[in-house]
Ligand binder design. Structure first.
Ligand code: G3P
Ligand code: CA
Length: 323
C-alpha cells in the first residue's frame, strides 16, 4: 500500500476498523488537538463555506478554512485555453454575470425539450472569465469575487486543509479536446501534492461521478492518491449493492453517495470491504426530517457511522455526537 493511501486510511479508517491516527488533519494541526484514536470524523467544505459566501470563490474557501474544514472541495471545469477553474456548472450563467458581459456569446441547446441559451466555460478564455463577477448572484457585497483557478485554490488551501477536487463531466471535456484527468494530475504534480510527504500537510482526495475517470486516474495514469466514487440516485442500483460495492473497491477507496441513499446496513457493507463512506450534501436550508443540520449531520456521523461528509455549513459540523 502506498504512503498516500495509508495516510488516507489513517484519517478515515477509524470506523472501518483500522487504527488511527498519528497523522493529524490540517485542521487539527492548526488547533494542535490530539486526534481521537477511535472516531475521527472528517469535514469537507462543499464548494467552500457555501451557505455563507458564493460557492467556489476564494471568499467561500477562506471562510471554510476559518471554520476549520479538514478539506475544501473544488469542482473542476476547463477554460478555452485549457486552464482548470473551480466551478460547479459546465456553464457560467447561474453563478456569474456572463449574460451582461458577453451577451451574444451563448450557444443554444435543447434542454428538456426547450431551447436554452448557455455560456459554456470551455468557450471562454481564462482572461475573459476573470472579468466576470462571481459573487453578486449570491449577495452584492461579494461583487468583487472571481471564478478561481485550481491553482489559486491550491495556493489558498495548501498547508491549512486538504483539497478535494472533483473531475466534473470529464467525458464532455474529452469530446471537446481536453484531458481533465491529466490536467489535474499535472497540476498536483507541479505543486508537489501527489506524494506521501504532501499528504501530511495537504492531503488530496479525488472524487468523480464517472467511474471511467477514476479508472483512468488509477489505471492509465497510475495516481497513488485516494479516489472516491460519487453515487447519485440515477446510478444507485449500479453501485449500492453487494456486487456494485465490490466492483467499486477495484478502483476506488471510498464511496460518496447522496445522503438519502444511505442506511446503516449500506455503511457497514462498504466498511466491511474497506471502503470509506462520505455522503453529500448537508446544508442548513434543507434538513429533511431533522430540525437542524447539526442533528442531521450527527445522525449520519455517529448513528449511521459514516466517515466524513460534505457540508455547506462547516461551522455547524458536530465534532462529537449531539444527544
Ligand atoms: O461532490 C460532492 C457533491 O458536491 C456532489 O454533487 O453536484 O454538488 O457536485 P455536486
Ligand atoms: Ca462536487
Amino acid at each position: 500500500m502506498t504512503h498516500a493511501r495509508r495516510n488516507f486510511l489513517k484519517l478515515f479508517g477509524s470506523s472501518i476498523g483500522i487504527v488511527t491516527a498519528e497523522i493529524l488533519s490540517p485542521a487539527q494541526q492548526r488547533a494542535r488537538v490530539k486526534p481521537a484514536t477511535t472516531t475521527r470524523k472528517i469535514l469537507v467544505a462543499h464548494r467552500g463555506a457555501s451557505s455563507y459566501a458564493p460557492e467556489h470563490t476564494l471568499e467561500a474557501y477562506s471562510l471554510a478554512l476559518k471554520q476549520n474544514a479538514d478539506y475544501v472541495e473544488q469542482d473542476l471545469q476547463i477554460t478555452r485555453d485549457g486552464v482548470l477553474v473551480c466551478l460547479h456548472d459546465l456553464t457560467l450563467e447561474r453563478t456569474t454575470n456572463i449574460k451582461e458581459v458577453f451577451p451574444t456569446r451563448f450557444k443554444e441547446e435543447l434542454v428538456d425539450g426547450k431551447t436554452v441559451r448557455q455560456w459554456n466555460v470551455s468557450d471562454f478564455t481564462l482572461k475573459e472569465i476573470k472579468q466576470l463577477d462571481a459573487g453578486s448572484w449570491f449577495d452584492v457585497k461579494f461583487k468583487a469575487a472571481r471564478v478561481p483557478t485550481f491553482q489559486e485554490a491550491i495556493n489558498l488551501v495548501r498547508g491549512k486543509a486538504g483539497l478535494y477536487p472533483e473531475t466534473k463531466a470529464p467525458e464532455v471535456y474529452g469530446e471537446r479536446g481536453f484531458d481533465m484527468e491529466r490536467l489535474l494530475l499535472d497540476a498536483l504534480r507541479k505543486n508537489r501534492l501527489d506524494n506521501s510527504r504532501a499528504a501530511r500537510h495537504t492531503p488530496v482526495i479525488i472524487q468523480s461521478f464517472s467511474p471511467d475517470s477514476l479508472r483512468k486516474l488509477s489505471g492509465t495514469l497510475k495516481t497513488k492518491l485516494p479516489l472516491v466514487l460519487l453515487v447519485g440516485e440515477e446510478n444507485r442500483t449500479r453501485w449500492l449493492t453487494a456486487d456494485g460495492l465490490a466492483e467499486a473497491k477495484q478502483f476506488a477507496n471510498g464511496i460518496a453517495p447522496a445522503k438519502a441513499l444511505l442506511d446503516k446496513n449500506l455503511v457497514e457493507q462498504a466498511h466491511a470491504l474497506g471502503l470509506t463512506v462520505t455522503p453529500y450534501t448537508f446544508r442548513s436550508r434543507n434538513t429533511g426530517r431533522f430540525q437542524t443540520v447539526n442533528q442531521e449531520m450527527s445522525y449520519y456521523l455517529y448513528d449511521l457511522g459514516v466517515d466524513a461528509l460534505f457540508t455547506d455549513n462547516p461551522d455547524l459540523f458536530p465534532r462529537v455526537a449531539i444527544k
